[in-house]
Design a binder for this molecule. Structure first.
Ligand code: NAP
Length: 288
């Protein structure tokens, strides 16, 4: 199926875009891969890393003749990039993305292109707290899921082409509704990131900050690793998935308050019951 993809153009050649290029090259992808960057220096770097066949900072020539164009830029940059490519995008080209929020991508695409026939929204459930093409990993998608959220208008052949690409990169592909995707990801990914950022921020502003970080043990490191993620990317995710992120934060706030009340009233049974319930849920999930 990927044999019919003669050219893939990746707009936004950071961790996610460059890792896809690296994974496809490793898997023997037969087509050409083009990196579309913002600067000549980044284009040069992409070529030097040997992950692409061509690299250009000019978006029009970068997507020329592409069978698939994949956008891997921060969420709030999606619409601007779409406006840049709209005048030159061929009607036969499939447009997809790797962005973390799907309803806003669909809204952007609808506003810019009108028709969603050749547009396949996608999100690899794989990533790292590092950014940029230097962090590219040719095994990033190995055994991971990629969620596609096509609309009713999306052409089945376009979905099949994008699926084939991610499958070659080592991922397993599933389709679901965009709104469902955004709610689930708000709970499983966006809320944990918000909590990690907030926890580190809270501790960093306390007086004993040096001791807190000096005596931090493994649990602290595990829990806060994701607070090293890119602030621009996460700002954009919070803003574009605003309602679902707020709902998850509110649910978390209610549960935090329950535990706080139990501690405040020295209600050992309630504390133990909350912790036991959480441990059971975590163990059941880990055993899956
Ligand atoms: P990244 O490493 O920071 O790369 C982002 C790329 O987008 C860079 O090449 C950057 O160019 C380019 N870019 C930034 N702002 C732009 C703008 N305004 N216009 C055009 N290009 C712009 O980020 P990433 O981790 O690859 O994330 C890319 C997308 O994947 C995001 O939508 C993110 O939500 C999604 N995603 C990320 C992860 C993860 O764990 N990182 C996982 C799944 C999905 P420069 O190099 O010139 O700055």
């Amino acid at each position: 199926m990927t044999d019919s993809i003669g050219r893939l153009s990746i707009v936004g050649f950071g961790l996610i875009g460059a890792s896809l290029a690296a994974s496809l090259k490793r898997a023997g992808f037969s087509g050409e891969i083009v990196a579309v960057t913002r600067s000549d220096a980044s284009a040069q770097q992409a070529l030097e890393q040997g992950l692409v066949d061509h690299a250009v900072a000019d978006i029009a020539s970068g997507i020329n003749e592409a069978d698939i164009v994949l956008l891997a830029v921060p969420m709030l940059a999606m619409r601007t990039v779409m406006k840049d490519i709209a005048p030159v995008l061929s009607p036969r080209t499939v447009l997809t993305d790797a962005g973390s929020v799907k309803q806003s991508f669909i809204e952007d695409a609808r506003a810019v292109f009108g028709s969603l026939r050749n547009i396949v929204p996608g999100h690899p459930i794989a990533g790292r707290e590092l950014s940029g093409m230097a962090a590219a990993d040719d095994k990033l998608y190995q055994g991971r899921r990629v969620l596609l959220t096509p609309t009713e208008e999306t052409d089945a052949a376009a979905i099949a082409r994008v699926s084939a690409l991610w499958t070659l990169a080592g991922a397993s592909v599933e389709c679901l509704q965009a709104a469902h995707h955004d709610r689930v990801l708000a709970a499983t990914s966006h809320l944990p990131h918000v909590l990690a950022f907030t926890m580190v921020d809270t501790l960093a502003t306390q007086q004993e900050v040096e001791e807190i970080f000096r005596y931090a043990a493994g649990g602290f490191r595990d829990f806060t690793r994701i607070a090293s993620s890119d602030p621009v990317m996460w700002r954009d995710i919070c803003l574009t998935n605003r309602e679902a992120v707020l709902a998850s934060m509110d649910a978390f706030g209610e549960h935090l308050q329950l535990l706080r009340t139990a501690i405040d009233t020295s209600d050992g049974a309630a504390i133990e019951s909350i912790l036991q319930r959480a441990r059971d849920a975590r163990d059941a999930y880990s055993a899956e």
